[in-house]
Design a protein around this ligand. Sequence first.
Ligand code: F6R
Length: 248
Amino acid sequence: MEIIKVANYEAMSVQGAHHILTHLITKQINVLGLATGGTPEGLYRTLREKINEKALSLNHLHTVNLDEYIGLPADSPASYHHYMHDIFFKYIAIPTENTHLPNGNAPDVVEECAHYEKVIESLGGVDLQLLGIGHNGHIGFNEPGSPFNGRTRIVDLAPSTIEANARYFSSKKDVPRQAITMGIENIMESRHILLLASGKEKADAVKALIEGNVSEEIPATILQHHPNLTIIADEAALSSVTRALPTI
Ligand code: F6R
């Protein structure tokens, strides 16, 4: 595990964008796994600028998102389809048919999970997966207690996740209670993982991820076993970690 400690959210976003850009340019990756939420917003803003500055061709690139709410139309402002379009896809020259998210509004969501697995498989798996981390240590929407061998499936959101994500809805009661998420096994199959974390409210989850016992009760702890994990986190998110880490 490589840990890059940075001063604040802005530095995390710039370093994170640089990390992805390096993979796009020097490793010529074909499949980029994406996350949503507050944490990667700054990264997407920087990355889209850099991609355009360098006139990077993205015709070969496919993106696969970790998750999507069940029951929200794709054009709902709170859907992850909308989020991705609004903050990233609309700014870059990636073919729309190369951007994949689970369809949480499919008539048969069980079938949709199987279909999404096939999409990832047909692309040859994920080269680099971007992750955030929930306050409770979730990754994707794999909430505490999720099996480490879980694959793409329908999940119930934890009350703390509903609470945290209510900021994107007009009221807490509008937050969907279920989502489709890639499973932990899918995430662990990614060839590289980049996890971002910012803010004091992530400090407990980040400490568990780096120094805790590996347990399904804190899903992110499994990442200790990933051979190519990079964590870029700010001082606040790393404030509970006991090992000494210099800020770059
Ligand atoms: C989003 C996702 C979630 C978020 C996590 C942190 O696609 O998979 O695991 O990364 O809930 O969310 P923020 O960044 O809003 O704190």
